[in-house]
Structures are given as structure tokens and as C-alpha cells.
Design a protein around this ligand. Structure first.
Ligand code: C5P
Length: 222
């Protein structure tokens, strides 16, 4: 393999995507938000009323789900069957269901396969929960991000209310705890730090400091 793969995993709302995006921009790598893919599947399941215990319906649905990342100016849109769903999947009703959908083995297998394909022959930064452990166990650099739960909830609250969504801090605290619990305890590739991952606790770090930290680590490994 000649391409360079950077895996960024960690708890919900730790700012993984923010660091991953900035790093990808700086290094001119492709950024891939694996969580957006699980959110897209969740949106599809909710729209189609897929029963999460119906293996046959799930397998069929997965056949019909096509996810694409489409660069557009400074952003990357995520498309589900050619529809731009970038904004829709950030809403709370998706966040409330995505971790349940992400426990389904067939869903994970399908997503991991697509993620591995996206990392073939390209330099990438991918963020998620199982990138360094399952998707790219041989990644060239692995970061495990964590932050104080209160700090995380405050950041997410600002992000959502800035977009005009009506949420309370309490709902967010509950959602983050709920997702972290399910993500860490599920049977199929649970969220955990890869042995060779570097820990980044960004509770009291600026975005600039975080970027400097990961660039330094990259320079050591390049
Ligand atoms: O990264 P984000 O918070 O958008 O991810 C949403 C959810 O998708 C996570 O809470 C987790 O349940 C699931 N996920 C996952 N594996 C990944 C990325 C996300 O299970 N690699």
C-alpha cells in the first residue's frame, strides 16, 4: 500500500470531524466522515419504516442504499441515492436512532466494506468509532479523541442552536451518554482505543492547538 491512512476515533461530539477536516485540508488528503454514512442508513430506515429486527428487510434496504460524498466548494455533501442529505442527517431525530442502527451486523459489514473501498489508493483522513480497530487496523496513524462530557455537550448545543434547532442542553447530555454507551458496549466492533492510537483529550485545547498536535504526529510518521 502506498497511500497514507489516518484514522480518528473517539466518543460522540469530541470534535473529531473538525480536526479531521482541518487536517485533511492541510495535507490535501480526502476527508471521510464515516458517521455520516451510518446517519444516512438511519435516515433511509426511518423513511422506509424498516423493522430493525427484520434481517431480510435490512438486507434488501442495504442493497438499495447508495451513499456518495460529493465535493462542493469548501464542503463535502453526502448524498443518499442522489439526494443531498447533509443537513437532514444532523438533526436530533437521527442522532437519537443512529447508534441503534449502528449495532446491526449487516449494516456494519456493508459500511466497513464501502469505507475500505474509499481508502484504496488515496490518502485519507477518516473519522468514526472503529476506523483504527476494524476498518483500517493497519492505518499509518491513529488518533483517539476524548473530552470532558460537559464540554462536549456545550459545544454540540452551540452548534445545533446556531443552526436554529430547538434543543436543550439536557437532551444533548442524554443523547451523548446514550450513544457512547451503545457504541462502547455493542457486540460488533465496539468503540475502543486501538492499542497503537495516540490519545488526544481536547477539553481545554483550541482548534489550532489540536491541528498543531496532529500535524506534529503526522510529521513524525511520514
Ligand atoms: O460521528 P457521528 O457522531 O456522526 O456518528 C453517529 C453514530 O454513528 C455514532 O454515535 C455511532 O453510533 C455510529 N458510528 C459507528 N461507527 C463509525 C462511525 C459512527 O458506529 N465508524
Amino acid at each position: 500500500r502506498h497511500n497514507f491512512i489516518i484514522a480518528i476515533d473517539g466518543f460522540s461530539s469530541c470534535g473529531k470531524s473538525t480536526v479531521a477536516k482541518a487536517l485533511a485540508k492541510k495535507l490535501k488528503f480526502v476527508f471521510i466522515d464515516s458517521g455520516a454514512m451510518y446517519r444516512a442508513v438511519t435516515l433511509y430506515f426511518l423513511r422506509e419504516g424498516i423493522d430493525m429486527k427484520d434481517d431480510k428487510a435490512i438486507a434488501e434496504a442495504l442493497e438499495n442504499i447508495h451513499i456518495d460524498f460529493i465535493p462542493n466548494d469548501d464542503k463535502t455533501e453526502i448524498h443518499l441515492n442522489d439526494e443531498d442529505i447533509s443537513d437532514e442527517i444532523r438533526q436530533m431525530y437521527i442522532s437519537d436512532m443512529v447508534s441503534e442502527v449502528s449495532t446491526i451486523k449487516a449494516v456494519r459489514q456493508a459500511m466497513v466494506k464501502q469505507q475500505q473501498k474509499l481508502g484504496r489508493r488515496r490518502n485519507i483522513v477518516m473519522d468514526g468509532r472503529d476506523i483504527g480497530t476494524t476498518v483500517f487496523p493497519d492505518a499509518d496513524m491513529k488518533i483517539f479523541m476524548t473530552a470532558d462530557p460537559q464540554v462536549r455537550a456545550n459545544r454540540r448545543y452551540l452548534e445545533l442552536t446556531n443552526k436554529g434547532e430547538q434543543v436543550t442542553i439536557d437532551e444533548i447530555v442524554k443523547n451523548l451518554a446514550h450513544r457512547d454507551h451503545i457504541d462502547s458496549t455493542r457486540e460488533e466492533s465496539p468503540l475502543r482505543k486501538a492499542e497503537d492510537a495516540i490519545v488526544l483529550d481536547n477539553s481545554y485545547m483550541s482548534q489550532e492547538d489540536q491541528l498543531t498536535f496532529v500535524i506534529d504526529e503526522y510529521t513524525k510518521r511520514r
